[in-house]
Design a binder for this molecule. Structure first.
Ligand SMILES: [Zn+2]
Length: 104
C-alpha cells in the first residue's frame, strides 16, 4: 500500500524545502519519490526544438523521496505517520497515527 498518494497534502521534513507544504502532483512508486506542486524546483535549460517550444531556462519540480515528506492529516491538520486498517467492508484504508481518523 502506498503511503503517499496523488493529491495528498504533505510537509517536507528535510532538504532545502524543509518546512514547506504542498500537494502531491505525481507519485513515482518504483523510485519511492513524489513530485510536489511548486516545490523543489530545478532550473532546466531547454533547447528550442521546434517553432512552438520556447528556448531558455524553465523551472520544473524535481521528485522528493517519500522518506523526506510527511502526510498532513485532513482531520487534525497535523503531519503524521500513516497506518492502515481494514474496514468492516473489507477495504484497506490509511489511518492517521495522531488522531486515528481514516485518511481515505
Ligand atoms: Zn489526524
Amino acid at each position: 500500500m502506498e503511503r503517499i498518494r496523488r493529491d495528498d497534502l504533505v510537509l517536507v521534513i528535510t532538504g532545502k524545502e524543509r518546512g514547506k507544504q504542498g500537494q502531491v502532483h505525481q507519485v513515482l512508486p518504483h523510485k519511492q519519490r513524489v513530485v510536489i506542486q511548486g516545490l523543489n524546483l530545478v532550473k532546466r535549460h531547454q533547447r528550442q526544438r521546434s517553432e512552438r517550444t520556447q528556448a531558455g531556462i524553465i523551472e520544473k519540480e524535481a521528485p522528493i523521496h517519500v522518506s523526506n515528506v510527511k502526510l498532513i492529516c485532513r482531520a487534525c491538520q497535523k503531519p503524521t505517520r500513516v497506518g492502515s486498517r481494514v474496514r468492516s467492508d473489507g477495504v484497506k484504508v490509511r489511518v492517521c497515527r495522531k488522531c486515528g481518523q481514516d485518511i481515505d
